[in-house]
Design a protein around this ligand. Structure first.
Ligand code: LRH
Length: 494
């Protein structure tokens, strides 16, 4: 088939982008045509996503994409778990909540204990995170909105609906709701009933690579896209798209999709639903082609971004490069935190929250920004080590190499520290793995590329990757892990 250009819409928790990817004749070439901020809104009803602003960003980006030439199709991926509700007329009921909104705190544990933590895990394979869709819907129980709602759409599906008029639930993202059966890959009536949810709200499931529908006339008018341009369903969960683009060649490779979150784990053919796996906090999310993303959420670059936001408000310098230089010079392993402590989910002042954690565990808190960032990056590297080692044990796999993809793969210090802590070689890149996974699933739907191994080979052959070797042995990290474990009262993954 002739080379073709695809538009990837990729929305993250802090920014959205539209990327044009050209695929064909062994080539894969990306151009970012539009980037826009994603700024949450605080309203009397809580923390929300500004969905109309995001939609406008998508339209502007598709307009830019159309100006570069003919677009074969459009694909959409975003962060997981969040959703909008439609009424019987198809109108959106209020703005979707942000997963960091507080309304599920405490409530999620109650629902989990009532349904039974083990039963929930056996049924869905999902890591308990307080913001999983099922808990957000439980928090909305009895509300006017939920009573009026006829359809629940996850964010990428909602944008697809606005662009095409068609309604569905893409399965990689549906697997993050806590309402999808891990064994059958269908909506779990049991989990819907157990949490008091009307299963009629859940739309028909769709899969990556299937056409969703053509852009509506008003979308074509707003963007200049050609008549008949289809939206193709991709792996609409951003992490599923990112992992599809990991340039790994061996089963012994682990990955870390590193952005707002660090998602560290393995690709498996079948879920691990054991009690040990549940207790260790591992999730089984669906990838393309029947793969399972066996991983754990680690708080990720959110910690760094929130430090910068706080410092900016205090009028301090926050440019990333000098902060990282200072962090590289700061004392190694001086202060450590568990990045997954619940205090870090949505604090008002991240540096203060980090300092408080250090004091709590009997360690001197870092004061200079460089030392704070070093504390965060050391702590993330140590968490990467803990999670990958435990994933390997629980899945019965050996890990010989770690791939870091996503924006965090540009952070040389984090990549090096991860190599040091794990004692494994790290391959960093591509930074735009999510958009690449999005583009490649569209290209595959056109017959321009083959299965997952071929997709990954294409990424390895065309994208610039960086290699990091572990420095020294990892004894210092082992000791650091012991110190952290000794000072932590809530259970860490060991
Ligand atoms: C990463 C991500 C992650 C989810 C979180 C809500 O962007 O999709 O996989 O757990 O956002």
């Amino acid at each position: 088939a002739e080379p073709a250009a695809f538009a990837a819409v990729d929305l993250g928790a802090t920014s959205g982008r539209v990327i044009v990817g050209r695929v064909g004749r062994g080539g894969l070439d990306l151009t970012e045509v539009h980037r826009f901020p994603n700024t949450p809104l605080r309203l009397p009803t809580g923390l929300h996503w500004n969905l109309p602003a995001l939609y406008q960003g998508v339209l502007d980006g598709l307009g830019e994409a159309a100006r570069t030439g003919r677009i074969a199709s459009v694909g959409i991926d975003t962060w997981a778990v969040d959703y909008g509700l439609l009424d019987a007329d198809g109108a959106l009921l209020g703005l979707p909540h942000h997963y960091r909104d507080e309304r599920t705190r405490g409530l999620a544990e109650g629902v989990r204990d009532q349904v039974g933590a083990r039963r929930m895990y056996e049924a869905t394979g999902l890591q308990h995170l307080p913001f999983n869709t099922v808990f957000q819907l439980a928090a909305a129980r009895g509300s006017a909105q939920l009573r009026t709602a006829r359809t629940m759409l996850l964010i990428p599906d909602l944008l697809t609906y606005w662009l095409t008029g068609s309604v569905g639930a893409e399965i990689t993202n549906a697997s993050t709701t806590g309402l999808l059966d891990a064994a059958t890959g269908t909506w779990s009536r049991e989990m819907a009933a157990a949490t008091g949810l009307d299963p009629g709200l859940l739309p028909p499931l769709t899969g990556p690579g299937t056409p969703a529908g053509a852009l509506l006339p008003y979308v074509r008018a707003a963007t200049g896209a050609a008549a008949g341009t289809p939206v193709v369903t991709v792996a609409s969960h951003d992490t599923a798209s990112a992992v599809a683009a990991v340039p790994a060649t061996a089963a012994s490779a682990a990955y870390i999709s590193c952005g707002t979150w660090s998602l560290a784990g393995l690709e498996l053919d079948a879920p691990v639903l054991s009690e040990e796996s549940r207790a260790a906090g591992f999730t089984n999310e669906r990838g393309i082609d029947g793969t399972v993303r066996y991983l754990r959420n680690i708080m990720g670059m959110w910690l760094v971004e929130e430090c910068r936001r706080t410092w900016a408000a205090q009028g301090r310098p926050v440019t990333l490069a000098p902060l990282l230089t200072a962090a590289a010079r700061a004392e190694p392993l001086a202060a450590l935190i568990d990045p997954d402590a619940p205090d870090f989910l949505a604090p008002d002042d991240m540096p203060a929250a980090i300092a408080a954690r250090c004091v709590h565990t009997g360690r001197r808190p870092p004061t200079e920004p460089g030392a704070v960032i070093r504390c965060v990056l050391d702590s993330l590297a140590l968490a990467h080590r803990r999670v990958l080692r435990r994933a390997a044990e629980l899945a019965g796999r050996d890990i010989t190499r770690v791939h870091i993809v996503g924006g965090g793969s540009r952070n040389a210090l984090l990549c090096q520290l991860t190599a040091d802590a794990t004692g494994l070689p790290v391959v960093a890149g591509p930074a735009e793995a999510t958009a690449i996974g999005n583009v490649l699933v569209q290209a595959r739907a056109r017959g321009l590329v083959g299965g997952l191994p071929e997709m990954r080979q294409l990424v390895a052959a065309t994208q610039q990757l960086r290699h990091y070797r572990p420095r020294g042995d990892s004894r210092g990290w082992t000791a650091a892990q012991h110190r952290l474990t000794a000072g932590t009262e809530h259970p860490l993954v060991q």
